[in-house]
Design a protein around this ligand. Structure first.
Ligand SMILES: *Cc1c(COP(=O)(O)O)cnc(C)c1O
Length: 370
């Protein structure tokens, strides 16, 4: 085993250091990748790969248990909550949430803050009464709506904590009797009291692991209130009852999520990473505001600490900036295909040093072309 680990470590050492600003799947800690690589060959010293053993083996059951416990701890949840790891991505949750929570004759409320919220609304409308209580579509989703009325009769209010594509983030969550949140792109990036929510979901691949698993944490008392006949695979209660092993779970994604959450906890948890994430975002936004060639695209008070979106005042210079970025080993900076411009994703595993390299490139670029 020793030689296997050192081979992996040596491989990492000889690789060119790339600053990975990818929006998703996103950057993971190097030591997590190392441990994941190891487990693909020899998991828990079983002389078998994690990828070729039963999900019902003792060793894997321990992974599932620890992953769920870490989620609860890092979201400050108590035992009234159940954690699941499901397939189908965050996108399947757009359907599963109303399917499990929206009653016949009831109404679900949604705040529309971008592409993902729009997709969630589309699914909810297919299942029951759906009301968009607020939207920022009027200004291309460049801000977070505030001060809107929330009907007290809603079965739940659905919000998106961080809008990965547009680069806005909810800083203060609305108060609703039952709050549901898509936290796919900022889960575990800051301290959040999960007990304020009925349900939280997040695809693993933005800030906690590789694609495949989606984490769902739900206050159990909100379930079982709908009358529709429930398809087994879409029924939270069946997944809870079976400990997320009603069918074969996405074992690798869950395992790497566990490693990432261990890494986070070991280093000081969400309070620790929140400070670093703030520092990274402050550093980059300060440069965007200072640099004469770049402009931020979102309202300042709603700026995301995870996905920083900006455009160039002379778009014809974009190829020049791309060249400079490439030569400095900056990767994944291009904006979403629907939005254009640039997007730097500053997920938990991205070091401050990478942001500093980006800022230096932006400064160089200004000196050359302004
Ligand atoms: C990426 C993303 C999704 C979609 O996730 P999938 O796992 O690809 O279905 C949903 N919501 C948000 C906020 C996202 O960033």
């Amino acid at each position: 085993m020793e030689t296997l680990i050192s081979t992996i470590k040596n491989q990492q050492k000889t690789m060119t250091k790339v600053h990975n600003f990818s929006a998703g799947p996103g950057i993971l800690p190097q030591e997590v990748l190392q441990q994941a690589a190891e487990a693909c060959i020899n998991f828990d010293n079983l002389n078998l790969s994690l990828l070729e053993i039963s999900h019902r083996s003792k060793n894997y059951e321990a992974v599932m248990e620890e992953s769920m416990a870490l989620v609860k701890e890092l979201l400050y949840l108590d035992d009234s909550y159940k954690v699941m790891f499901l397939g189908g991505g965050a996108s399947l949750q757009f359907a599963m949430v109303p399917y499990n929570l929206l009653r016949d004759g009831g109404t679900a409320g949604y705040v529309n803050t971008g592409v993902w919220a729009t997709k969630a609304i589309k699914e909810s409308k297919l299942i029951g009464n759906t009301q968009v209580v607020a939207s920022s579509e009027d200004k291309k989703f460049s801000y977070i709506p505030k001060g809107y009325g929330i009907p007290t009769t809603l079965d739940y209010l659905h919000v998106t904590s961080n809008n990965t594509i547009y680069g806005t983030q909810i800083k203060k969550f609305p108060t609703a009797a039952s709050l549901v949140c898509d936290m796919s792109s900022d889960i575990f990036s800051r301290k959040v009291d999960g007990k304020k929510f009925s349900l939280i979901y997040a695809g693993a691949q933005k800030n906690m692991g590789p694609a495949g698993a989606t984490m769902v944490a739900v206050r159990e008392s909100v379930l079982g209130k709908v009358n529709r006949p429930m398809l087994s695979m879409l029924d939270y209660r069946i997944h809870i009852k079976n400990g997320s092993m009603y069918n074969t779970p996405p074992v690798f994604s869950i395992y790497v999520t566990m490693l990432t959450l261990r890494w986070l906890k070991k280093n000081g948890g969400v309070e620790w990473i929140e400070k670093i994430n703030q520092q990274k975002a402050d550093t980059l936004y300060a440069e965007i505001d200072r640099n004469s060639l770049f402009t931020g695209t979102t309202a300042k008070e709603d700026r995301s600490n995870m996905n920083v979106t900006f455009v160039m005042s002379k778009p014809e210079l974009e190829p020049e900036f791309d060249k400079l970025a490439k030569s400095a080993n900056l990767s994944g900076l291009r904006g979403h295909r629907d939005v254009g411009g640039y997007r730097a994703s500053l997920y938990n595993a991205l070091p401050l040093e990478s942001v500093q390299v980006l800022v230096d490139v932006m400064k160089d670029f200004e000196k050359k072309f302004a």
